[in-house]
Design a protein around this ligand. Structure first.
Ligand code: LLP
Length: 415
């Protein structure tokens, strides 16, 4: 669900025509819809309303300060995976007590930073990390609140690069070792065991794997309780998928909650449920607008060469992801297949291949849909291309939330 639609033959972001935005801010340009963001975060709040909960937006999906601030104003916390994300979350006004910190490679400096800021909990991914957190907390004279991230070995049926909860991947502590790890953790001087965490993967389009993983985690919680360990937080991770194409039919947050919450049963009513959605909040709330620079026909193919490349949106190149591409001006021209490619000097630089689109001419704008998550945040300045600007639309109003990078930005920091 989103608020991007054609009105009078032109694609609009809420009430603003895309051509207005492209002319005002240039292209490539990331455009976000405030109404869509608000709707998505509220959908989660309503879905999990029946239990104590904290909705921690996964900053890795989109870490623009204005977006984090907007979500924080709706009550969201943050799921972070680095010191940089902690810095961004705090700067945007997320209360430390709503911040959870995962990631397999937390450094000593990052651990100390998070301890000093008194975050809600560390989601610990290994025995060595646990020992390191205990040691750093001791040096600072504090107790570190932790959850163990368990790996339940469930196949989430998504792309292998974004699958995490299976044995063969680097994430979490194997669930069969978890009881022993909890025992060790509970004996550590500077550790306070407060929760359990799992996150099995991203872009999940069925509820089954979420349910199977949760059942395993609930069995672990029972076993912990039997050995005298009471937890406060059950962090279910993120991962709910979005609709990239008509073929995707992911559940809504309320369907997911309706499947998961009854599994908690009576004994877990006091647990605070933490969830970490990223893509399902911001994915369909953002669009990448690009201009067609050249139409190139070769004996084999037609290429639409546009001014956005894999440095601006790497998902098609990296995961073979399919993003809908719409002409900003609705067109009745004959449809033809084309590769939509960027200016980067690699054949892997494409936004779409063999895509059927109405004939597009030089200078016309295209909208790459569902680019709000893992779009800008995975962008780079590869080929020394300044990163695009980002704009937030609210009804008929539009606000620049990150200016386009300049050539000077490219070399800033070089000595
Ligand atoms: N929690 C943890 C611990 C995670 O690792 C992730 C995503 C999330 C929450 C949020 O998952 P979401 O709700 O966004 O699915 N760059 C890839 C996606 C990587 C996801 C990594 N972890 C892509 O563009 O598809």
């Amino acid at each position: 669900m989103h608020y991007f639609s054609y009105k009078g033959g032109e694609l609009h972001a809420e009430d603003v025509p895309f051509s207005t935005l492209a002319k005002a801010y240039g292209t490539p340009l990331y455009v976000y819809s405030r109404r869509t963001l608000t709707r998505h975060i509220r959908a989660y709040k309503e879905a999990f309303d029946g239990v104590p909960n904290i909705i921690c937006f996964a900053l890795k999906a989109n870490s623009n300060g204005a977006i984090i601030k907007l979500l924080a104003s709706e009550g969201a916390g943050a799921d972070i995976v680095s010191g940089g994300e902690l810095f961004r979350a705090l700067r945007a006004g997320v209360p430390a007590k709503k911040i959870v910190y995962a990631g397999v490679g937390k450094t000593e400096e990052e651990i100390a930073f998070a301890l000093r800021k008194k975050i809600l909990m560390f989601n610990v991914e290994s025995g060595e990390e646990l020992a390191k957190i205990n040691q750093v907390a001791g040096t600072l004279g504090v107790k570190a609140p932790i959850a163990l991230r368990v790996n339940p070995d469930i196949n989430p049926k998504t792309h292998p690069y974004i699958t995490t909860g299976m044995k063969k991947y680097k994430f979490g502590i194997p669930i069969e070792d978890a009881l022993e790890s909890y025992r060790r953790a509970s004996k550590m001087e500077n550790i306070e065991v407060v929760g359990v965490h799992k996150h099995i993967g991203s872009q999940l389009t069925e509820t089954g794997p979420f349910e199977d993983a949760l059942k395993k985690v609930l069995a672990l919680i029972d076993a912990l309780r039997q050995s005298g360990m009471e937890l406060k937080y059950l962090d279910m991770g993120g991962g709910l998928g979005i609709r990239y194409s008509e073929e995707d039919n992911p559940p809504e947050p309320k369907e997911l909650a309706a499947r998961l919450l009854p599994l908690l049963g009576k004994s877990n009513r006091d647990l605070t449920v933490v969830i970490e959605p990223g893509r399902s909040i911001v994915g369909n709330a953002g669009v990448l607008v690009t201009k067609c620079l050249y139409v190139k026909k070769t004996p084999k193919k037609k290429f639409l060469i546009v001014d956005a490349g894999m440095n601006d949106l790497i998902r098609p190149s990296l995961y073979g992801a399919w993003h809908e591409i719409l002409p900003v001006r609705k067109s009745r021209r004959a449809r033809e297949k084309a590769d939509v490619v960027g200016p980067i000097c690699e054949s892997g630089d494409f936004l779409a291949r063999g895509r059927e689109l109405p004939a597009i001419n030089q200078g016309e704008y295209l909208a790459v849909m569902s680019a709000g998550a893992y779009g800008f945040s995975m962008g780079s300045s590869y080929n020394s291309r300044p990163r695009p600007a980002e704009v937030l639309v609210d009804g008929a109003k539009h606000t620049l939330i990150r200016r386009r990078e300049t050539y000077a930005d490219l070399v800033k920091g070089e000595l």
